[in-house]
Design a protein around this ligand. Structure first.
Ligand code: A3P
Length: 332
């Protein structure tokens, strides 16, 4: 395996204590110092040297940016709107998460065993590592990754088509917090989570750097950059643009049908995409609707959770500091 230039940037780093003083072991990586699980040390080269095919289609985005809706759109647009197949095979199999191994590294796998004992229904241990299955998968491959561009193969954009979805980081913060609450058997509370997210101590932060890397490439002919907000405002128009990007043609009626399939209510009950079969869940939160994988689907819903003057101000400051001098498509 080749050495990667990024390996020299891996720093030992311990993340916020999430449980009884036992740290979730992480490292910071690359010049942007992204937080990744410590197994990245072993996997860095594998990601960096992942063998691409010219007909691969990649979907990238920070976790909780609306990647699943986008993933389903991409798969259907490139599979002749085969709803029957889409409903019979879970999205994670049709479009695997390249970095799944890294997300569920040793410390998280250990947590996971505890989850099992507590009665969690689904086992990720049964999941085949996408790093092992993808090299053998037939073309065209659909691949999702939460890694930023700089941690992926350097020839990605020149070789394959890439869709990147970004979302208002405040909405991502709230959505991410509830995902953690769903997955982990302890809850640090929203305020503490927000502090850690803002200070770039959560898995895959800093979020602004993640988005900026893709935004800088938005004019590359193989890059389709979109936002959750833009897609939510006009799903049909986003799908038309996406079809054009992939060189596909669909009638207005077909686009309407796809919009219906992607609607929040339909998505929530669609077992192939709603995460109920694949995303970890602690038994304690089963009745907490905020912990559903397909949760609220709102633009600007963050305001309900940043519910004190102090929280609102800190969010505003964070946005201003990070947006200054950029033309990122978010408003404060
Ligand atoms: P909320 O938690 O704000 O509701 P990801 O798929 O990247 O994990 O992103 C999850 C976010 O996208 C969640 O946001 C989820 O509810 C929202 N989402 C998923 N499917 C959606 C759909 N069909 N329409 C609108 N929002 C959707």
């Amino acid at each position: 395996m080749n050495q990667t230039p990024m390996e020299k940037y891996i720093f030992p780093y311990e993340i916020e204590n999430f449980k009884d003083g036992r740290p979730w072991d992480s490292v910071r990586v690359g010049p942007k110092r992204y937080v990744v699980s410590s197994t990245f040390r072993d996997l860095a080269s594998t990601f960096y040297n992942f063998e691409l095919r010219s007909d691969d289609i990649f979907l990238l985005g920070f976790p909780r940016s609306g990647t699943t809706r986008c993933q389903e759109s991409i798969w259907l647009l490139n599979n002749n709107l085969d709803y029957e197949k889409s409903k019979s095979i879970v999205i994670d199999e049709r479009c695997p998460l390249l970095d799944l191994d890294m997300q569920f590294s040793t410390p998280l796998s250990l947590e996971y065993s505890e989850f099992q004992n507590k009665g969690t229904k689904h086992s990720l241990k049964k999941t085949v590592s996408p790093l092992k299955s993808l090299p053998k998968a037939p073309s065209p491959r659909f691949i999702k990754s939460h890694l930023p561009l700089s941690l992926l193969p350097p020839n990605l954009l020149d070789t394959t088509k890439v869709v990147y979805i970004a979302r208002d980081p405040r909405d991502v913060t709230v959505s991410y917090y509830y995902l953690m609450k769903r997955m982990l058997p302890y809850d640090i509370g929203f305020e503490k989570f927000w502090g850690a997210f803002r200070d770039d101590k959560i898995f895959l932060t800093p979020i602004f750097e993640h988005i900026k890397e893709a935004w800088e490439q938005r004019d590359h002919p193989n890059m389709f950059f979109l936002t959750y907000e833009g897609m939510s405002k006009d799903v049909a128009s986003t799908l038309r643009q996406m079809s054009e990007f992939f060189g596909k043609k669909y009638s207005e009626e077909e686009i309407r049908g796809l919009c219906e399939h992607l609607s929040f209510d339909k998505f929530k009950t669609n077992k192939s995409v709603n995460g109920e079969q694949t995303v970890l869940k602690t038994v304690d939160i089963i009745n907490d609707s905020d912990c559903a994988f397909i949760r609220r689907g709102k633009v600007g819903g963050w305001e309900d959770y940043f519910n004190s003057e102090q929280l609102k101000e800190s969010a505003e400051r964070w946005m201003s500091e990070n947006l200054v001098g950029t033309d990122l498509p978010f408003s404060i």
